[in-house]
Design a protein around this ligand. Structure first.
Ligand code: MG
Length: 308
């Protein structure tokens, strides 16, 4: 179908905002973009779709913040592999009831974050419909050959670390978080990362992803879990811990390293954000939470439910 006037207008506007900036690719303007893969690199691909009413609501989201989040969650997946983001394709389903200014605002949120992380927008699609806003981002990243960090690779005895603080991502953090691209890259250059994931579903769920892929288990020390001060201090201790374990959308890094590398990270944190040793990988293929009284409880998958 021929593009509507607004679609044509929007694409022209996007081209003006996003001049071609990468030497090895040709972006918007032809039927497809063309990318010459960088030498000695592996390429990373991911896509994530965000829907109004499920992944954000207006308010507290604004069109800009919804756009920003759509790119940020994709950047977080590139961070989880310790890759560098390269370029992205953006597809929008725009509510017919909203005008071009709304579409531009969504794109502005995406463009601002794209500039911050030096990635080029190279294509996509726009449509309007009677439904709510839907934003799909397909992201392309690179890593030096064989250097991206995968989920399998956790070994019994590994120390488990997490960046930042967990829990209470609603109502604001999930719209404003910083994808841990730079932190993942620094960690990957400092130590040997055995396995890594970004926390989207919640610490308990995402740790279980690593453990299942690696055929191992884990024991976490409940007293060490970094609970965010986004969660009210008035809440009972157990409730605060539960939030940190299961709220999700923290978009922090969860990774495992050898005890030697773990000690190095504790001695000298190479990041400008908090880095916490929260437990150890075990061979028994189940995850447990160790409490201060010495008791252990099973660390069930208790992931984030989309409650907005
Ligand atoms: Mg992920």
């Amino acid at each position: 179908m021929a593009p509507s006037f607004h679609e044509f207008d929007l694409i022209q506007w996007i081209r003006e905002q996003c001049p071609n900036s990468k030497a090895n690719l040709i972006g918007i303007g032809d039927d497809t973009a063309i990318l010459q893969p960088p030498l000695n690199s592996e390429m990373l691909f991911a896509t994530d779709m965000l829907m109004e009413g499920t992944h954000f609501t207006f308010p507290p989201a604004t069109p800009e913040r919804a756009g920003r989040k759509a790119l940020a969650v994709n950047l977080s997946d590139i961070a989880a592999m310790a890759g560098q983001p390269h370029s992205a394709l953006i597809s929008l389903a725009l509510p017919k009831s909203k005008g071009p200014e709304f579409a531009k605002a969504v794109m502005q949120g995406i463009i601002n974050l794209a500039k911050e992380f030096q990635i080029q927008l190279i294509g996509g699609d726009t449509n309007s419909w009677d439904g709510p806003l839907v934003i799909n981002v397909a992201i392309i990243g690179t890593a030096p050959q064989s250097k991206s960090v995968k989920r399998p690779g956790a070994m019994p005895g590994d120390w488990i670390f997490v960046t930042g603080e967990l829990g209470g991502s609603l109502p604001d953090h999930h719209l404003s978080f910083t994808p841990r691209i730079h932190e993942a890259s620094t960690l990957n250059q400092t130590v040997s990362l055995h396995s890594m994931i970004d926390i989207s579903d919640g610490l308990a769920s995402d740790l279980n992803h690593i453990l299942r892929e690696s055929n191992v288990g884990a024991i976490l020390d409940a007293t060490t879990i970094p609970i965010s001060n986004r969660i009210s201090a008035d809440e009972p201790k157990q409730t605060r811990l539960q939030h940190a374990l299961s709220d999700g959308e923290d978009f922090e890094l969860l990774f495992t390293v050898s005890p030697e590398d773990g000690k190095q990270l504790l001695n000298q944190n190479p990041l400008s954000i908090k880095l916490t040793h929260i437990g150890e990988v075990t061979s028994r293929q189940t995850a447990f939470l160790q409490h201060p009284d010495g008791s252990q409880t099973s660390l069930e998958d208790s992931g984030w439910k989309h409650e907005l």
